[in-house]
Write a protein that binds this ligand. Structure first.
Ligand SMILES: CC(C)(COP(=O)(O)OP(=O)(O)OC[C@H]1O[C@@H](n2cnc3c(N)ncnc32)[C@H](O)[C@@H]1OP(=O)(O)O)[C@@H](O)C(=O)NCCC(=O)NCCS
Length: 156
């Protein structure tokens, strides 16, 4: 039986669980200080996803002027392909506004994340050469703008 996923604002007290997932998921994980900095910004959208009271995913989205930057999203490997990231992104769009411009960077090899972002109307818009210092991999830059979203299931 699939347990329901709860999405709520991320708090400082979630950070030990966030760090545990972050270290499992990323080759170069964010430090605690990076999460604290993003949580301290009043304009940001920071969300937690919980199953049965346990944190299984999180999302960090920061606002720079009028543009939203999706900085981090991760789901624990044990909770993937159950719509957790979909729930986080849908809530982000609700909170930050469906018509605002959004951007992100993603490893060009991360086809799963790219497929997820495309479902939400993000589109490739160039690369940053050797953006990831750990592997030297390029980043794909993606944007979600009103003009890009015609024909997507999640168009607001
Ligand atoms: C990318 C990630 C956040 C997706 O989380 P998730 O909760 O499993 O995603 P969802 O269940 O909401 O997936 C929704 C859809 O996205 C696509 N998708 C997600 N992961 C995928 C994968 N590994 N391969 C192919 N498609 C994928 C699918 O279309 C999926 O729908 P489906 O399961 O019905 O086929 C998760 O795999 C993760 O944490 N990866 C490591 C961290 C990471 O890469 N973060 C992004 C950095 S830019």
């Amino acid at each position: 039986m699939t347990q329901p996923v709860t999405i709520r604002p991320l708090g400082y007290s979630d950070l030990p669980q966030v760090i545990a997932v972050e270290r499992r998921v990323f080759p170069t994980p964010w430090s605690l200080a990076m999460f604290v900095l993003e949580l301290s910004k009043p304009s940001g959208v920071c969300l937690a996803a919980l199953v049965d009271g346990k944190l299984v995913g999180y999302l960090i989205c920061a606002r720079y002027d009028q543009i939203w930057h999706l900085m981090n999203i991760a789901v624990d490997p044990s909770a993937r392909r159950r719509g957790v990231a979909t729930g986080l992104l849908a809530r982000m769009l609700e909170r930050a506004g469906p018509d605002a411009p959004y951007t992100l960077e993603v490893r060009t090899s991360n086809s799963g994340a790219i497929a997820l972002y495309e479902q939400f109307g993000f589109r490739a818009a160039g690369t940053r050469r050797r953006y990831y210092q750990d592997t030297g991999e390029d980043a794909m830059i993606m944007w979600r703008t009103t003009a890009d979203r015609s024909g997507t299931g999640f168009a607001g």
